[in-house]
Design a protein around this ligand. Structure first.
Ligand code: PRX
Length: 662
């Protein structure tokens, strides 16, 4: 689309709020070709869920032993639970690898790896990946890892990360991937909470041309984690690395000695596959526990239908495997379907803002799945970076992680997709395992900014504080009223949290998101309604940042809220009061930021630190975050009722302080 045409198109769409039909050419070739096909399959999945999931599980997954019961759950009692395919036995790595080795897929690229340095590329066929996974599985066994043991993976985006995940799955160990941008303190917390026996890391990593000292960070974490028996180190960069005798071993040395044959363990469908920590409303991240059969089926099925997957597609999910998107749509979903998944170590804007388009052109990518924060930053850099590349191989675009505004959606659609590629906006969460609400490409009309309709088997509702469904276009709390196979099994080490956080109201899984449903039944997600921020698609708990801030000696109190940010979506705004006698200056501000970085990681660094004289509190001493959020957003026209505050004048002081700061 030419720039002028595109600008006119975006303006027209924004003014008229029209929906966009998928192109007939796309629909004709799509797996789900029409709204009618979608409706029929959706209704069947809701009306006869057991028959639907049984049929899907039989046709999409290879089982070693059939199940005894398809679906068992309780959303009502004090002990909510969900189980799928009880008694069924399978192995996830078998489904992702072995079953593709008999036919032509054996020599197909399973994983294409593009390193941050452009010249570093590697391709793993299914056969090669299978051999590497078997060797890694044998290595883990030799290091004493047994079925049910936890293994922490603190790795950058290198093939060894996917290999390690699959190796754990092969022997029934539970992997716990920790995003390589998190700090030593955060890594230690996850190692200790999961009780990991072995940690796999790499000596260094690349990020935007800089070298990350991952082994040093890992060493600090391991000094505080006495339970870890061995640390395997991937040699990412040939550079001096301190290795601790009797604990550290090199990945390549170990792998060289291992056999490329390893029988997969027979896992029961509800045996845990992985733990992934995520932020909630408390200072301590929760270990979300996912199972085997249900999770794999859900990742496989959503991958196939949401991305309209074809045998020859080159599919690229830009998410880091340290997050759930990387688990379900970089590793398990694509490989279970026998697809070609591209793994990219770099970032969108290094060395130049056209890195994504360079990669799309180089590999002829057909499906691109990325986040609104990347779209916004590319939109800011300007479309000339896109236009300099031939990206005509793209046929489908995906979005995940945060609400995408209609403006960013339309830019993505017209500047990247050239008005040709449908966009699947996908709403889901770490806890849901896979996509829950989406625009099934080719089948349903797209409304820019709306995640559209539920995936098969999903029954979302928007309810008000009375528990009743809200009227069309009226906001409320997004809940899910039936289970689905990708649903988390529980919270590791914290069974009460499963009930308290997700089932405070009997009968519904509470998502923590706000939403409304329009007159056509389309869902519009408005963002978190709990104390969780979404910063560049990263989920960060306000309580986590507050707890890091108050651990600084000079800090008396801290209250953290999100505020609208043009590129990050939400920025982090920290109100801090200091102890008497403390000198407030830029050094203290820097110290606070450094402290948060060291406690959580750079992604949690506050964008604004507001040294406040006092914080607004109710008479019972509760901080009024609603007011703090409005002040941070500079939306102080309508502050609602402040009469319940113990000292209403505090609010005015804060507003004046904000004015002085800006
Ligand atoms: O607020 C929603 C937002 O991201 C949260 C889940 O974050 P996380 O568990 O880290 O998983 C991210 C990747 C699935 C949700 O509660 N979110 C995710 N996708 C969307 C979204 N908000 C709006 N639209 C989306 N497509």
């Amino acid at each position: 689309m030419k720039k002028n045409t595109r600008t006119a198109f975006i303006r027209h769409m924004l003014e008229n709020e029209r929906s966009i039909e998928p192109s007939p050419e796309f629909s004709y070739k799509a797996l789900i070709k029409s709204r009618q096909d979608y409706d029929e399959m959706y209704h069947r999945s809701i009306e006869e869920p057991e028959a639907f999931w049984a049929q899907m599980a039989e046709t999409h997954i290879d089982w070693f032993k059939p199940w005894d019961a398809v679906e068992e759950f309780d959303f009502e009692s004090d002990n909510p639970y969900v189980r799928y395919f009880r008694g069924g036995e399978l192995n996830v790595s078998y489904n992702c690898l072995d079953r593709h080795l008999d036919g032509p897929r054996r020599n197909k690229a399973a994983l294409i790896w593009q390193g941050e340095p452009n010249e570093e590329v590697d391709v793993y066929t299914y056969q090669r990946l299978h051999r590497e996974v078997c060797k890694a599985a044998n290595m883990l066994k030799r290091l004493g890892v047994k079925r049910g043991d936890r293994v922490v993976l603190y790795l950058p985006m290198v093939p060894q990360l996917a290999i390690s995940m699959l190796a754990c799955a092969r022997i029934g160990a539970i992997h716990c991937v920790v995003f390589s941008g998190l700090s030593a303190e955060a890594l230690k917390d996850r190692i200790v909470d999961s009780g990991a026996k072995v940690v796999i890391t790499s000596n260094y990593g690349y990020r935007s041309g800089k070298i990350l000292h991952l082994k040093d960070i890992c060493d600090k974490a391991l000094d505080m984690s006495p339970g870890v028996e061995a640390c395997v180190v991937v040699r990412r960069i040939e550079k001096r690395t301190d290795m601790k005798v009797d604990r550290d071993v090199w990945w390549d040395d170990q792998m060289a000695a291992e056999s490329p044959h390893c029988e997969p363990e027979n896992m029961e469908s509800n045996d845990p596959l992985f733990i992934l920590y995520t932020s909630g409303s408390t200072a301590k991240p929760k270990g979300i526990l996912h199972g085997t059969g249900g999770y794999l089926l859900y990742a496989t099925l959503t991958m196939k239908y949401v991305f309209d997957l074809k045998e020859t597609d080159i599919y690229w999910c830009t998410a880091d495997a340290g997050w759930i998107t990387g688990h379900s749509y970089l590793v398990y979903g694509p490989l279970s379907n026998g697809a070609t998944s591209l793994m990219f170590e770099g970032v969108p804007n290094y060395p130049k803002p056209d890195r994504y388009w360079d990669v799309v052109e180089k590999f002829g990518v057909n499906i691109l799945y990325t986040a609104p924060t990347a779209v916004r930053s590319m939109m800011k850099d300007g479309e000339q970076w896109v236009n300099n590349h031939d990206i005509s191989t793209l046929r489908l675009l995906g979005s995940v992680g945060e609400p995408i505004t209609s403006k960013a959606w339309l830019w993505y659609y017209s500047a990247v997709g050239q008005g040709r590629c449908p966009i699947a906006d996908t709403w889901w969460q770490t806890e849901t395992g896979g996509v829950m609400i989406t625009t099934i490409p080719g089948a349903v009309d797209m409304k820019p900014g709306s995640a559209a309709l539920p995936f098969f088997g999903i029954s979302p509702r928007v309810i008000g504080s009375d528990g009743d469904d809200t009227a069309p276009n009226e906001g409320g709390s997004l809940v899910i009223s039936r289970p689905w196979p990708g649903m988390m099994l529980g919270v590791y080490n914290n069974p009460e949290a499963f009930k308290n956080v997700y089932f405070p109201m009997p009968g519904f899984y509470l998502t923590g998101d706000g939403a409304y449903r329009d007159e056509d039944g389309y869902f519009w997600i408005t963002g978190r309604i709990d104390d969780v921020m979404n910063v560049s698609g990263h989920r960060i708990g306000t309580a986590e940042v507050e707890s890091a801030l108050v651990s600084v000696l000079q800090v008396a109190e801290a209250a953290v809220v999100g505020y609208p940010h043009p590129v990050k979506g939400e920025g982090i705004y920290a109100y801090v009061t200091v102890k008497e006698g403390t000198v407030i200056n830029d050094d203290l501000r820097a110290e606070l930021c450094n402290h948060v970085r060291a406690n959580i990681g750079p992604i949690a660094t506050p964008d604004v630190i507001h040294f406040a004289s006092a914080l607004p509190k109710t008479r019972s001493g509760k901080i009024m975050r609603r007011i703090l959020r409005k002040i941070a957003a500079q939306d102080t026209e309508n502050l609602c009722d402040i009469s319940t505050l113990s000292e209403p004048s505090v609010v005015n002081d804060l507003i004046q302080e904000t004015k002085r700061m800006s």
